[in-house]
Structure formats: C-alpha cells, structure tokens
Design a protein around this ligand. Sequence first.
Ligand code: SF4
Length: 261
Amino acid sequence: MPQGVTASSQVLPKRGRKKADPQEVLRLLRSQQGELEWARRYEPVDELMITILSQHTSDLNAERAYKALKAEFHSWDTAADADTVTIERAIRTAGLSKQKAPRIREVLRTIRERRGVLDLEFLKDLSLSEAKKWLQSLNGVGPKTAAVVLCFSFGLPAMAVDTHVYRVSRRLGLIGPKVNVGQAHILLEEMVPPEKVYPFHVYLIMHGRRICKAQRPLCESCVLNQICPSSLADAAATTQPKRDGKLTGQETAHGSRLHRD
Ligand code: SF4
C-alpha cells in the first residue's frame, strides 16, 4: 500500500457498479479544471533531484530543499563531489536527509560515470520504455520518479502514479482493488491516449487534493459523482432529511472552503 493510503481511506467501488470511463473522467475534470498545456518545469537532472527530494514529504519542503541544494552547490558536479554531510545539511527541510543525501550523491555520480557528463538530455532520443529502464536502473529511482522526469521534463507520455492518482483511480474503478501501485503505472498509461497522459496525471492529483480526499471524499461536490462507482453522494442524499433544495449555512461554508483549497 503506498504512503498515505490508510485503512480509513478505503472508499472503494461498490459491487456491481460500472467503472468510470477514463475519457469521461478526463472530459469532466477538464471542464472543471480547464485545459492544460505542457511546459518544461525543470531541466531533467533538476527534475530528478527535486523528485527524489519530494519522496515522503510535501512539495513545499522538497522545493525548499532543492533551492538550498542549488544555493550550496553551484553545479551538480560540485554536489556529486561533495561529502554527504554537507548535502544532508542543505536538504534537511526535505526530511529523511540522512537517507536522501547519499542517494542524491550516488545518483549524480552514476549519471556522470555512465554518460561522462551530468546531463540527461539524451533520454529524449530513447524509446519511452528504454528511457524508463535507464532511469530506473539508478539506485532509488522507481517507476514514479522515472515517469515524473520523463513526463515533466520531456513531455513524454509516462504516467506517474502518486498517492492521489492511485487512490482516485481505485475509487473510480479504473484499476481494481488488488492492483498494486507498480502495476497501476502500466495500466493507467495504457488506458489514456499518449497526448492525454500529462493532463490526466495533473487532473487526478488536483482532484485528489481538493475533492477526492483520502479520509473524507467530498462526493456531493464532485463533478465525477454521476460516473463514480464509489460515490457516497447518493447514500448521503437518502439518509438526510428532505429539504427545499436551498443550501444550508453549513453547505455554503463547505462550498467556499473548496474554493479556498
Ligand atoms: S464521487 Fe468523486 S469524491 Fe467521491 S469517491 Fe468518486 S471521485 Fe472521489
């Protein structure tokens, strides 16, 4: 079970209900979140570093640690030659710095040893599966980290499955309850047209953060509740007393909270 998926977050499809159509999921989330255009976020080595730093911590902490790392070492070569204590000190805001510092140094050194230079631009000339394989051969780089680098730095159709993508996909019935996170990368990537992999990934993350939350999914406010086999919206409607259709004060506050998230 990936980090963040707990027993209390196991809202799963009800028996007999149809799984959601991935195209319909995309259409509805696009209508809510808007069109997304891909643009390179970081250079590939930088993307790899920030993704390693983000393991088991928030994006904000990872970003801070990444900036501190860049400020401490003016090039990735300098970081590769540094002692791990200095790296560890620089990245301490990311958490688990004792484990991440040697991993970062080893990854940088391995890239340089194999390529002669600390650069990953060559990955764009490989096939998607070769590029994934190359990245995953680095110690500490799994399918999610590899997919983030390939998708965000190169715009390749690699599906990164984080805790939000995994949870929302399971609830929508896109993947079965026994599918593990490693298998989910392959299944979800096959399910979505290549040009839709990037928006699908981003839409599901945003939806998981704002609406389909781990502990209490906000099914009544969810744009997918008519096609989601796990929706709790209809159950709530049958257990609540009938009203005249107007929003209560509580519901209004609930709605505005969503907009602030
Ligand atoms: S209806 Fe929406 S919020 Fe509720 S489980 Fe389904 S996707 Fe998640």
